[in-house]
Ligand binder design. Structure first.
Ligand SMILES: [Zn+2]
Length: 63
């Protein structure tokens, strides 16, 4: 796996479950590659932020 494939999977895992083979390949790559490890952390943070935003919207008492 190269960095392009790794970042693509890191993005896709937000939208679909990865196969076991993809997860293993991604883990092997991120274990060796700091850039993709950081990218994965950023993707997770972005997802957490957007989740919090959606929850805040749902809890808005004005709606
Ligand atoms: Zn990489």
């Amino acid at each position: 796996m190269n960095c392009k494939q790794a970042t693509r999977l890191l993005s896709e895992q937000m939208e679909r479950p990865l196969s076991a083979k993809e997860i293993i390949a991604l883990r092997v790559h991120t274990a060796m590659c700091v850039g993709c490890r950081r990218f994965g952390i950023q993707m997770k943070d972005l997802r957490d932020i957007s989740k919090g935003y959606v929850n805040g919207e749902n809890n808005n008492p004005e709606k």
